[in-house]
Write a protein that binds this ligand. Sequence first.
Ligand code: 1PR
Length: 564
Amino acid sequence: MTNKVVHVIDAESGNLQSLRNAIEHLGFQVSFIKKGTDPALASAERLILPGVGNFGHVMDQLRKMGFVEPIKAYVASGKPFMGICVGVQALFSGSEESPDTKGLNFLDLQLKKFDDKTKTVPEIGWNKLTVPELNKSGKTMYNLNPAARYYFVHSYAAIVDEAQISDLEKLQGWKLALAQYGEEKFLAAIAKDNIFATQFHPEKSGKAGLKVIRAFLEQEKEVSLDVLPSYLPPGDSGVELKDTKTGLTHRIIACLDVRTNDEGDLVVTKGDQYNVREKKASGGDVRNLGKPVKLAEKYYKQGADEVTFLNITSFRNSPIKDQPMLEVLRQAAKTCFVPLTVGGGIRTVVDPDGTVISALEVATLYFRAGADKVSIGSDAVKAAEEYIARGEKPTGKTPIEMISEAYGNQAVVISVDPKRYYVADPAGCKYNMIKTKDKGPNGEEYCYYRVTSQGGRKVHELGAYELCQACEKLGAGEVLLNCIDRDGTNQGYDFELINQIKSAVSIPVIASSGAGKPQDFVDVFNETGADAALGAGMFHRGDYTVLDVKKYMIGHGLNVRMDE
Ligand code: 1PR
């Protein structure tokens, strides 16, 4: 094909910027289609239907914008069509997520929710595929690589049994790439004639994902996998690489705390227990560890599975002044093809001219700039306190609720800044307690973690356990679990805190604060149920790279994603 234009349906759902960046990175141009009547749809040579979030919301948008019949007509024309994430889900007949909403019905199958009794839901992370061998030729479809890992983020899936697989393959002629999350097998990618669709996000799956998009754009439906990269530990190391219970790799996240320094430049900084100034009697300068966009790209290339940006002084600024963070996201999303999270200032704000901008609108600005998830700190505490005070009645009006309603739970992370608080006598304490191995200064045997907000400066009468439970009920999809006592100390993660929060919620928990060496990552995954581990200072100082950590983990039998 000589035409290099790719048409992408913009049904106002999710992070289209990242898809655009990936396509442009591959040397193609993107043209968005915003309504079904746009004549460009019928004349497109390649059409992509992306989507994130709620099945019903995406289908309703497609109907409202007049896309349903034009998409069907386009697919019937035999020209290349690709669906991504909810874009593949839309091809099914319906979903348990929105029982009253009909899908496009290319496959007569209902999507179901993953079982959250045995594992964290949503599935967020890097999974592998079982890929069909094409025509016994050793070729794979659309360059899907069984040795690679792809990024999934979803709670609902086409969960299938052997009879359904056989029916789809043998009777209906679909080619299926399967993935397994815990015990549940689901369709990770499907292909038939001109249709190709993936439940995972190829635009967020590093180099392996870019290859899949390229294969679609170039219409390489059958690709020889001549060299399968080997990610296993050296044969003579005697180490057996164990899969996790869910099948996902252990995620490693690089975190950038960003703020303006005293000269007004946006820099990556790093504190000790949240103090980001150099230690000097009179209060030193803000530590400057580099530029956010450059560091993000560096960590992506080192193999970070995600990059998180925290705008740590946002509570002092309006989003207008925060515009540089939007630009940081825009630039970082052009070079980092893994998920990006942004936090700091995700709440309703009033512009200098008095205009009220809702938290949903603020989040939308970040999603449009290239963020995949937003992280809410101070406002999550406020929302949880009010929710508990109301007797656990939701209002639908908190940022967590509004953003998760529009973009899905997986797009909403809560960033928790807890501080250990010792208790001599647990009787009568209303918060969930831990009998701790690290006794308090007066020999106290119990502790809980008090929640703070505004960068640790405001301490609340609320436990981290209770906060996380309330936020999960409000619609948060993941917990970024910091720990003020450990932040910047290089003493390793606080296992007691992580295990306590894991027992509180069924959404994924990211362990944060305290990582100083690769062994700390091995320990946190062996000693806790953490779904991901985040590091900051040790990477910024250059003590270790993300790749050092991953190689070390592989050497200790822990499965991680290695990009090529
Ligand atoms: O309250 O919604 O505006 O969000 C503010 C965000 O900024 C929150 O996520 C909060 O955690 C963060 N934040 C605010 N002040 C600070 C600070 O350091 N003074 N940073 C801060 C939090 C904690 C981690 C850090 C890990 C790992 N940083 O993200 O990166 O502790 O560090 P380490 O590996 O070096 O130990 P809102």
